[in-house]
Design a protein around this ligand. Structure first.
Ligand SMILES: Cc1cc2nc3c(=O)[nH]c(=O)nc-3n(C[C@H](O)[C@H](O)[C@H](O)COP(=O)(O)O)c2cc1C
Length: 259
């Protein structure tokens, strides 16, 4: 069994690589053979043809497509640039050929290593791709600087879970791609974050900051941020989304740190 980790960042020693390694460690601990590759090592090109998806596949280096087809499961990680995955990862997603993607287990994460904004929209992009290619994806993992340690730990567990998914490999039923959408959709409807919006994203960031700043931010600042967060949550439950969003931003800004 081969689990392939794919690093979408051009930086070899950055956070994307660290997180992908954690997922592969989890898989290796369950006995899987693992491979880690860096997209920057392949001559990926943006699709500039005139044809369809089949023509797009001719833009991807054959070795990269073969590695993905040979793998029993994929781990795909991307850095977040301006609220979405970076272009290198998107070029890979647009052009790679994976004929046997139906039901193949997959795990993805996006790391928004600056302000944190885009950690949800980034991971959504990866899971939209998994969905369209009919992978059987698990555990979408949104990451920022504020939950790095937790994400490393949870990706280790997800990597181990990926091995279990390979063992019970289950393609979605149906002969052709278009026969499978009902089952594919039902699977993705069970995953978190598919329906999340930017308000949810600020709530998540505020929660992450509240957790990671405990013990190293002034008590008074923490209390103010917690009060904003609690009020934001109450407003959300009353259906007052725009006002709830404003307060979630304020909670986040009270605790946000640079560097
Ligand atoms: C062009 C560019 C745009 C970026 N935009 C964002 C962003 O929208 N949100 C964020 O949190 N970080 C942003 N960052 C920071 C990266 O997400 C961060 O450096 C991340 O750690 C990169 O992953 P790496 O360490 O694997 O290279 C941006 C970085 C670059 C180069």
């Amino acid at each position: 069994m081969i689990i392939l980790g794919i690093v979408g960042s051009p930086r070899r020693n950055g956070r994307t690589a660290q997180l992908a390694q954690a997922a592969l460690e989890g898989a290796a601990a369950q006995g899987a053979q693992t491979r880690l590759i860096y997209l920057v090592d392949y001559a990926l090109r943006p699709f500039t043809g005139q044809g369809n998806a089949e023509e797009a596949e001719t833009f991807c280096p054959e070795t990269l497509s073969l590695l993905c087809e040979e793998a029993d499961a994929l781990v795909l990680g991307a850095p977040v640039y301006y609220g979405d995955i970076n272009g290198l990862t998107k070029d890979f997603m647009d052009t790679v050929r994976i004929r046997n993607s139906n039901g193949k287990p997959a795990l993805g994460f996006a790391i928004a290593g600056g302000s944190g904004k885009g950690l949800l929209s980034g991971v959504q992009s990866i899971y939209h791709w998994f969905y369209h290619r009919q992978f059987r994806a698990i555990d979408p993992t949104p990451v920022s600087r504020f939950n790095m340690a937790e994400a490393v730990a949870s990706l280790r567990q997800s990597g181990a879970r990926l091995v279990e998914e390979v063992v019970k490999f289950q393609p979605f039923p149906g002969r052709a791609r278009d026969d499978r959408w009902a089952d594919v959709l039902a699977h993705y409807a069970t995953l978190p974050y598919f329906d999340a919006d930017p308000v949810d994203e600020f709530f998540l960031l505020a929660r992450q900051l509240l957790a990671c700043r405990r013990g190293n931010a002034p008590e008074e600042t923490l209390a103010l941020a917690q009060a904003d967060y609690d009020r934001a949550l109450a407003l959300l439950q009353e259906g007052q989304r725009p006002e709830a969003g404003r307060l979630a931003v304020r909670a986040y800004e009270r605790l946000y740190y640079r560097g």
